[in-house]
Design a protein around this ligand. Structure first.
Ligand code: G4P
Length: 526
């Protein structure tokens, strides 16, 4: 198959949700539909367990397992589908944000009883900044939950999405009987006997079919007809182009656990979701169909074995064909590198690949050359943009607890930051180092890994900051003034960019008012 056909048939996406909404279950059901796994439970057992919130050793163990679920690829209806895992654990939010830089679209899972939750809001707002096309899947329809119209209002308001239902639920909870598919204009409902079976459903051609009443009862039929009419009046017609521009968001209802609504979702997804998209670089826009290979690193996974400090760097192929044993240019280091055993991921299996196409993810063994955002190319200088850092939520000074091991500590911190475990800020005033994380538990993980992988010891001290704001300097004179005034709160990030570590929402607001020539951004610029 030629490059263009390979590109057209690829769909690379992520599933985002608040923990517990059903992301793992949906992923697994998609893999089952795609025939990529044979039984339920395969992905689920790889999930980072909920107990991990209070047990970082558990996270350490699971870190190894999660390599396997980083990318799950399968073939379906002639398409090559790459699902990128977006870890749902609250401590992994930064990692999840970064994965969104490598997807071409996303599916948002919402629990029908809980509605829009905080992590969903955060992840959707990041997706919207990048205009990532989104499909919403309202899950757990077999449980008592919210009224569908109310829930869609909430999705529109809280997530700022223009929704278009493409399926509609028939009842909810114990009364849930199936879905009417507005996309294919047919109706599928299920009985207890069909629960858990993949691909089985009873189809009805249209809503006027007289058999409907005998199957779901007169009142459910009347309600369904009425609601579908209302849906068609209230919501705009679905426009696939508007969806691909990130302006319209189709919605499906179902129950992942009971395989309900998942097939409809997948069939529609493969039709409408965008193939690999062009990617911006500082130099120019790179298009997937260009013959020369290029790609960027969006994730780095450390080896679990402390004696082998090699890591797996995940590259997303942006253009051309990636080939094994071929020299590629590491752009930041201006160094040619060759990969003898690049890894591809199919479902939960890994294997060595000879070639990969745009949209594919390849795992590269790395001995410390890569950091998040690095680009690789056949030769051209390309700096990929759109891979920012986001403000951490927690901040602590990091101190060296063993003066004889300061080199090891510096190296350890450097590598862990390259991996994206946390962010490092250096105070301008005195050079002290501050670690910023998304979840407080990361501090224990860092301490443990520094000791076990690098032989270094560290201790922490509180640094009371509210947010890290990258400073865009429009007026250098104002920056100098601000710097004098707030010298204790100005730091540099890993790339030497100036950052204001605001101690409260109030001080951030005051700074914004007093210094209009400076912009305070909650994410770094590319
Ligand atoms: P997550 O990855 O988003 O964190 O969610 P996950 O799929 O693990 O699902 C969270 C819980 O919700 C699981 O139950 C799962 O079985 C359940 N669930 C997922 N989809 C549905 C659905 O459509 N209907 C119902 N009723 N439940 C659903 P758990 O008890 O926490 O885990 P487990 O013991 O079942 O594995």
């Amino acid at each position: 198959m030629d490059l263009n056909s390979e590109i057209k048939r690829r769909r690379t996406f992520g599933i985002i949700s608040h923990p517990d909404a059903g992301k793992t279950t949906l992923t697994e059901k998609l893999l089952l539909f795609g025939g990529a796994i044979q039984e339920a439970g395969a992905v689920k057992s790889n999930k980072i367990k909920k107990t991990a919130t209070s047990d970082f050793m558990e996270i350490e163990k699971q870190r190894g397992i999660s390599v396997a679920t980083s990318v799950m690829a399968f073939e379906y209806a002639g398409r090559k589908i790459n699902i990128l895992d977006t870890p749902g654990h609250q401590d992994f939010a930064e990692d999840t944000y970064r994965t969104l830089t490598a997807v071409d679209s996303a599916i948002v899972v919402i629990d029908v009883a809980k509605g829009v939750e905080t992590q969903t809001e955060k992840l959707v707002s990041v997706s919207r900044m990048r205009s990532i096309p989104l499909i919403v899947f309202i899950n757990k329809m077999d449980r008592e939950g919210r009224d569908a119209f109310d829930l869609l209002d909430e999705v529109e308001q809280k997530l700022g999405l223009k929704v278009v239902p493409l399926s509609w639920p028939i009842g909810i909870g114990r009364e849930f009987k199936g879905v009417y598919n507005l996309w294919e204009k047919n109706l599928k409902f299920y009985t207890e006997a069909l629960k858990q079976k993949i691909g089985d459903s009873i189809e009805v051609e249209n809503l006027e079919d007289p058999r409907l009443e005998s199957w779901i009862g007169a009142s459910a039929t009347a309600l369904l007809r009425e609601e579908v009419e209302l849906v068609q009046e209230v919501y705009p017609a679905f426009d696939p182009e508007a969806y691909r521009r990130g302006e319209q968001c189709p919605v499906f209802f179902g129950s992942a656990l009971n395989n309900f609504g998942v097939g409809e979702l997948l069939d529609c997804f493969v039709e409408i979701a965008p193939p690999p998209q062009p990617k911006q670089t500082e130099e120019r826009m790179v298009r997937p169909e260009e013959p020369q290979f290029s790609g960027f690193i969006f994730k780095i996974h450390a080896n679990m074995d402390p004696n082998h400090r090699d890591r797996l760097a995940f590259v997303k192929v942006v253009s051309g064909v990636f080939e094994r044993n071929t020299n590629y240019r590491h752009i930041r280091l201006n160094k040619m590198l060759k990969f003898s055993s690049p890894t591809a991921f199919m479902a939960s299996k890994k294997s060595v690949v000879d070639e990969a196409f745009p949209g594919d993810i390849v795992g590269l063994h790395d001995t410390g050359n890569f950091r998040i955002g690095d680009g690789l190319s056949a030769g051209e200088t390309l700096h990929f943009t759109g891979i920012p850092s986001f403000s951490p939520e927690h901040f602590r000074f990091i101190n060296n607890a063993d003066p004889l091991k300061s080199k090891q500590l510096a190296k350890g911190i450097d590598q862990l930051m390259d991996e994206g475990v946390a962010q490092l800020f250096t105070l301008e005033q005195n050079g002290r180092k501050i670690i910023g994380t998304v979840g407080a538990l990361q501090y224990e993980v860092i301490q443990y890994r520094l000791e076990h992988e690098y032989g270094a010891k560290c201790s922490y001290e509180p640094y009371p900051a509210y947010k890290a704001c990258w400073i865009r300097i429009e007026d250098p004179v104002q920056f100098e003034e601000f710097r004098k005034l707030k010298s204790r709160n100005i730091a540099r990030d890993k790339y030497d960019r100036p950052v204001f570590l605001a101690d409260s929402a109030y001080s951030l607001q005051t700074a914004e008012q007093k210094f209009p020539g400076l912009q305070f951004l909650l994410k770094s610029e590319d």
